[in-house]
Design a protein around this ligand. Sequence first.
Ligand SMILES: [Fe+2]
Ligand SMILES: [Fe+2]
Length: 201
Amino acid sequence: MTDDLHEFLGGATPLGWIEAALANQELMLLDHANCEKKAAGTAFQLMFRYTDKPDLQHRMSRLAREELRHFEQVLTLIRRRGIALRQVSSSRYAAGLRELARNHEPFRLADTLVIGAFIEARSCERFALLVPHLDEELGRFYHGLLKSEARHFQDYLKLAYLYGERADVEATVARVRVREYELMSEADGEFRFHSGVPAAA
Ligand SMILES: [Fe+2]
Ligand SMILES: [Fe+2]
């Protein structure tokens, strides 16, 4: 993982979350599959909303394809492990972050892109933390994914600076950083890939 990604995030994932993830690997994989689908969905939403921005169109199209490929890879792993697909509710994380986006342009776009950068950066950080503790197959898969998530983090951040005003984007980064750290480190009612530390863990 790159140094700038560590600097970008407000702090490291607590040990309690890692323990919960290792104890709930089936749930983690099911929620992870959802996250990949949602990541593709977010990219599509941006493509439909901002049709006049060529850099965004190109980057988000590539990103959506990559996230869907990740989804298919997780799904293959889930099926190979004999895990039954079931509905898994979303964690509070993404919705909690989206509340921070202002709802008027041009800020709505820049804020959404900054939030995307945080979600990708945190995913990358968590994959990296899990890799040394996982079985060989899952460890290899997550190691491969953390490189893409680091790239997605950079893509989102570059687009935020492209469409936003520098000082304003910097202020948004500082604002989202505080909330993101709270959401992923404080006690949480349930374990999810982007949850805080589950109370029962
Ligand atoms: Fe992904
Ligand atoms: Fe991603």
